[in-house]
Write a protein that binds this ligand. Sequence first.
Ligand code: ADE
Length: 224
Amino acid sequence: MRIDIITVLPELLDSPFQHSIMKRAANKGLLEIHFHNPRDFGIGKNKQIDDYQYGGGAGMVMMIQPLAECIEQLKKERTYDEIIFLTPDGTTYNQSIANQLSLHENLILICGHYKGIDERVRIHYVTKEISIGDYVLSGGELAAAILVDSIGRLLPGVLNDETSALFDSFQDNLLAPPVYTRPSEYKGWKVPDVLLSGNDKKIDDWRYDQALKRTKKRRPDLLD
Ligand code: ADE
């Protein structure tokens, strides 16, 4: 998969993809991430990318031309499955959207800043609008990092069997069950006997039961 991220602050995304699972995905050639700065398409000698909003009001708006030229240059080079704008008024992101996006070849993520982007970019270029939750970030970069991480780990070959995404919380609309590791007893606090029993069937049943109980208690909405 290839993900092109349009951002005025590529530095913000330097680190998130250079460690752990995202680094492995890149090293294995399974996930390619490229950054594009609309400033390179900025207007005039100051490379302007934002301006006051028509009709008045506080806050600058990202202009259409730098974003449009950036997107069009990318579209000339390959076909994109989705052009995604990260915005608090988009569809709330979840595992099911991550699963769907992970099936694609090429994605563009647009990170907004200031008061937002000229609505015409959304109307004429954007195919999906995604929010990572009901709160406002200063820009779309951290939201983009969350999308890339959650999608990247689903790509076939990125995770090994032991860490397989199939066992993640949310994959079957259930939260993950509790996990334990050595020692089996610490300050008198014991690991549940069943996990030490060696009986795979009993362990699977216990995990399912715990996942169900945890979901009922913490996220009953997932069971509806
Ligand atoms: N940009 C600013 N806030 C955001 C949010 N909650 N989700 C996605 N992009 C954003």
